[in-house]
Design a protein around this ligand. Structure first.
Ligand SMILES: [Mg+2]
Length: 182
């Protein structure tokens, strides 16, 4: 089975850090959910400000970005599943070199990385399981292991959407499932 892990807010601790900078800069107390919702509002400075600090974090400060996965668990999962990282940050994102360096630094440089331009596009790639904090529209037999975040609290579980309170819980679920099928 093929499993795709998202990067931002799934395996990398991002929006929490960026929001701290955004709020300090704007002297406000916005949530990341508000940032996402502001995207379509052309008059709002929230999304452009978020992106500015997001890029700065990845390009200039990526050595400090916390890895959220337990590497031992990930190593075991990779014995049973065909694992890749998939990020909808854009194919030509200025953050992609830094992302590759960051993955190598954490010993994950051997895992294939695919970049897409949109989340919708991500959901159409040929993966059986997606581990993501974004409510991807997965179709058919595909499954979304939704990693809980404040910004996805409104998303309901369904036949193909299961919520986990952390990416390592999703990794343990994958391991249990693989081992029970042996
Ligand atoms: Mg994400």
């Amino acid at each position: 089975m093929r499993v795709a892990f998202d990067i931002d807010d799934t395996i990398a601790d991002i929006s929490r850090i960026v929001m701290r900078k955004v709020n300090r800069h704007l002297k406000a107390s916005h949530t990341f959910k508000e940032v996402i919702e502001s995207k379509s509002n052309k008059g709002s400075m929230l999304w452009p400000t978020y992106i500015r600090f997001y890029r700065d974090l990845w390009v200039n400060r990526h050595t400090g970005i916390r890895l959220l996965i337990d590497k031992r668990l990930m190593k075991s999962v990779r014995e049973y599943y065909d694992v890749a990282f998939v990020s909808a940050r854009g194919r030509n994102s200025i953050t992609s070199d830094a992302l590759r360096k960051w993955l190598r630094r954490h010993g994950l440089g051997g895992v294939p990385l695919y970049l897409t331009d949109t989340s919708d596009e991500k959901a159409t790639l040929k993966y059986d399981i997606y581990v993501d904090d974004y409510p991807l529209m997965v179709k058919g037999n595909r499954q979304l292991l939704l990693v809980h975040q404040h910004h996805n609290m409104h998303v309901k579980e369904s036949d193909n959407v299961i919520r986990f309170y952390g990416v390592n819980e999703a990794l343990r679920f994958l391991l249990r499932r693989a081992r029970s099928q042996r």
